[in-house]
Design a protein around this ligand. Structure first.
Ligand SMILES: C[S@@+](CC[C@H](N)C(=O)[O-])C[C@H]1O[C@@H](n2cnc3c(N)ncnc32)[C@H](O)[C@@H]1O
Length: 505
């Protein structure tokens, strides 16, 4: 096997944390100044779903690389449809880092790459960020971490070792993956002490058995695999003068992920690197997604964080946003807003197409909930994909033509089974998950069909997604025509107004 698998392509996937609008919210939550993004870059973009959508939904010029020719061809083809500013290179990180015809970037992102590439490629990432990210610019990185991976590392080693041996006679990777999984099954049947001491191993192997083989190949079968503690990553990134800014998954609010005593423990730790390391132990973390800032951290002046947070617009992504009772209970128990305040917060969100923390605060009784308590509810709704931050009006107007062109292309691809599970919203400045059935209704509307009966007819002609590209929920499609018509009518009443609000329909 080479440095990184190219024999099998990766999966499609969109990650909103790679968009400037989400970066800005996370930095604001952390009380930090966020840069304006004029030039942005994604390293190892895979099929390019994130970079293509993020280029269409923002006014920034995007640059991206991936070493797999099939990925790059696919991404270039889709990117052409939006008219957005996007340059896609078929290149390796090492060679790209040595180019001298690139601008200074305000935002560089790297998702699902760091833990699987060689130490040389990781050094090239750091070198690239050192040279190409401007001071005050933001670096996003996700990586596999500890302690979550500790019990599973031997399982992953077993799979790769088996596949490397089977690979000597030129067996295709897909078959070697199957053979390695079958061997791991046999090992577990022999009751090894490793599995008895680490019960999570059998659970993980059961998951792997059911997962898409392309995903499994990239996740478990690359030669290099190195889950790292936060402190190790921090010391490597220090060479690019990066300072930790905060988590990208802002929806994992402390009030529901940590107990009161855990929060008190963390608050007692002054050193931020050690605090993050301890935080990972508290939640048994296996994947981190973080933002880092180049140069010294720039805290917002006193009072600006609250002012900017209050003014940030949010838009509902579902007809009736609501938190699961379990989350509501966890919030209330951990010092979050009480049931009455929660009800008023959600009512305000429901009543307004676009809302803000300021508008929500105004709907509450004085002192009923603090700004950060309201923010926790909003961010949790965001984690559940029921609410998202919105861009400023002028940004929405500026990118609307690009998102319309991209969405028209994505919808037309449904007919060949090449649709994806999201569309681009100029309002949120991100991709928004849209089940294939709803996309077929939107396609019918786009073609001028205004009646649910006609939408159902068109939906019947949409083939199932290509194997390996089945979006979640794609099996969730009633076979019975009466039920399908009922679904289309409900869509017209409930979801369509939301898609209009998001400027997707
Ligand atoms: C696990 S995939 C993640 C893709 C995408 N970022 C995502 O999260 O969906 C890793 C990607 O990095 C690319 N890659 C791996 N090593 C690379 C290198 N040295 N230079 C450029 N791209 C690389 C692979 O081709 C692959 O598309």
């Amino acid at each position: 096997m080479g440095d990184y698998i190219t024999e099998l392509t990766y999966l499609h996937g969109y990650f909103p944390e790679l968009s400037p609008v989400r970066m800005k919210l996370a930095l604001l939550k952390a009380g930090l100044h966020a840069p304006e993004v004029t030039n942005a870059c994604e390293l190892g973009f895979g099929y390019g779903d994130s970079i293509v959508v993020n280029a269409a939904t923002s006014s920034a010029a995007w640059y991206g690389i991936d070493l797999n020719p099939e990925h790059v061809a696919w991404a270039r083809n889709l990117a052409r449809s939006s008219g957005a500013s996007i340059r896609l290179y078929e290149d390796s990180i090492v060679d790209f880092a040595n180019r001298d015809d690139l601008p200074e970037f305000d935002f560089i992102v790297l998702h699902g790459v760091w833990s699987w590439v060689s130490p040389e490629s990781r050094r090239a990432v750091v070198d690239f960020v050192r040279k190409r990210l401007r001071v005050g610019g933001v670096f996003y990185i996700s990586y596999n971490t500890q302690p979550g991976w500790a019990p599973l590392t031997p399982l992953r080693e077993l799979l790769t070792e088996h596949a490397e041996r089977a690979g000597k006679n030129g067996t295709p990777l897909r078959d070697r993956v199957d053979a390695a999984i079958a061997f791991a099954d046999r090992l577990l049947e022999s009751d090894p002490a490793y599995a008895a001491d680490n019960p999570g191993v059998a659970v993980r192997l059961a998951q792997i058995r059911k997962q898409n083989r392309n995903y499994v190949a990239h996740e478990y079968f690359n030669r290099h695999f190195s889950p790292m503690h936060f402190s190790e990553v921090a010391s490597l990134l220090a060479a690019a003068d990066l300072t930790y800014a905060g988590p990208a998954n802002v929806g994992n609010v402390d009030a529901v992920t940590l107990t009161r005593s855990q929060r008190a423990l963390l608050e007692s730790i002054e050193d931020s690197t050690f605090r993050e390391f301890v935080r990972d132990l508290l939640v048994d973390r296996s994947l981190r997604r973080d933002y880092w800032v180049k140069g010294p951290i720039a805290p917002l002046p006193h009072g600006d964080r609250s002012k900017l947070l209050r003014g940030t617009p949010f838009v509902a992504l579902t007809p009736n946003p609501a938190l699961h009772p379990r989350l509501r209970a966890a919030l209330a128990l951990n010092g979050g807003p009480g049931p009455e305040a929660y009800r008023r917060i959600v009512e305000t969100i429901e009543r307004h197409a676009l809302t803000s923390l300021e508008a929500i605060e105004a709907a509450l009784h004085p002192l009923e909930a603090s700004l950060d308590q309201i923010l926790d509810v909003v961010l949790l709704l965001g984690r559940e994909e029921q609410l998202a931050p919105a861009q400023a009006d002028n940004d929405i107007v500026a990118v609307r033509g690009q998102t319309q062109a991209l969405n028209a292309q994505l919808l037309s691809r449904l007919r060949s089974g090449n649709g994806l599970d999201y569309l681009a919203s100029p309002v949120t400045g991100t991709g928004v998950r849209v089940p294939v059935l709803h996309q077929s209704f939107l396609l019918a509307l786009h073609l001028g069909e205004s009646r649910p009966e006609a939408w159902v007819k068109l939906a019947g002609t949409i083939p199932p997604p290509q194997p390996g590209n089945e979006p979640p929920g794609s099996a969730d499609r009633p076979g019975d025509p009466t039920q399908l018509l009922e679904r289309a009518r409900r869509f017209a009443e409930d979801e369509l107004p939301v898609f209009r609000r998001l400027a997707i329909a």
